[in-house]
Design a protein around this ligand. Sequence first.
Ligand SMILES: *Cc1c(COP(=O)(O)O)cnc(C)c1O
Length: 397
Amino acid sequence: MNETTYLQAPPSVEFIPLIEPEIRGHEWKYVKECLDTGWVSSAGTYVDRFEQLLAEQSRCEHAVATVNGTSALHVALIVAGVQPNDEVLVSTLTFIAPVNAIRYVGAWPVFVDAEPDYWQMDAGRVVEFLENGCQWKDGALYNRRTGRRVTAIVPVHVLGHPVDLDPILQVAQKFGLKVIEDATEGLGATYKGRPLGSIGDIGCFSFNGNKLITTGGGGMIVTSNEKWAKKAKYLTTQAKDDPIEYIHAEIGYNFRLTNIQAAIGCAQMEQLDTYVAAKRGIADRYSAALGGISGIQPMRQATWGKSTYWMYTVLVKEEVYGTNSRQLLRALAAKKIQTRPLWQPIHQSPAHIISRAGELPISEQLSKEALSLPCSVGLSEDSQKRVIDELLLCARH
Ligand SMILES: *Cc1c(COP(=O)(O)O)cnc(C)c1O
């Protein structure tokens, strides 16, 4: 397709965003209550309630609210005991936040490629690296190539789909590594019947504006390790040992979520099940319609879990479809349909080029071919049909 031939949609045609928040429950009521009572800041009943709701949802004993998902990951790495110069295995096909968090604590990422079927961290490669690329010495595991100690694994459940965790948990246990689940895109999804975030040693959620539920910005740490939960609460609230005399035994962080944000979160959590159902409905309709277009490969669901389809993504096979993912993005943009590629694999990111990586070809290929389609909880069937019709029109005839 020639770029200059993209036909612009007329002004009367409505813009279809990639993903937007859905505010339709008790959000106003709960926020008003915060404003009316003056409980607007980092203490208040909504913070406690929101933590309780996330602990219940993820079937963990404890939950600690944070200012965003990135800070949740940062603190989770600290309480899991990751030290400066340690190495941490992490997905390379991910939003950059978990890799940044690994660097915040002075540790180094070891990038793991995606598997080609569901685009998640490849558990087989994790096992392969730990068994053959590492060496057990004096009760710890060391990367043979760098000589650094390997202490943790951060599987990132991308796009609302679970990573195959069992092989990862098994090898982690064998070598005493901690597993920190980045479940920021996986709220509501399950792995073998268990909610994501609760399966490793500690899990993290995000309530950014584009996530399944939102507080504007926010995050949560969940764990059943009481000591870690207490430490996480302590570190996220400035590590205050004596609130009267302002004694601090450690350098803490101001990573607190406000009561106003938590109030929105409580209202959003009441709708989690209906949001998940809406996302799955959107995915079913896309998959049924797009399965018949040659060169468009809809995302799939593994037998090991249930996806929420938080982000609905397809692969665009240029040789068959006749257009590549970036050309398709621009053609759809001209029709006022917003789409987006997946992330640049983080091992290729200029921000992390210092962390050397081997060959990670699957992630590189996926990031070239993937395109995420409009999938807001509130996406109407009419709007979705417009997206599908345009995808049909762009196909090679
Ligand atoms: C959104 C996201 C985060 C970070 O969450 P914020 O709340 O935006 O800080 C971390 N990891 C992944 C994979 C994400 O998609």
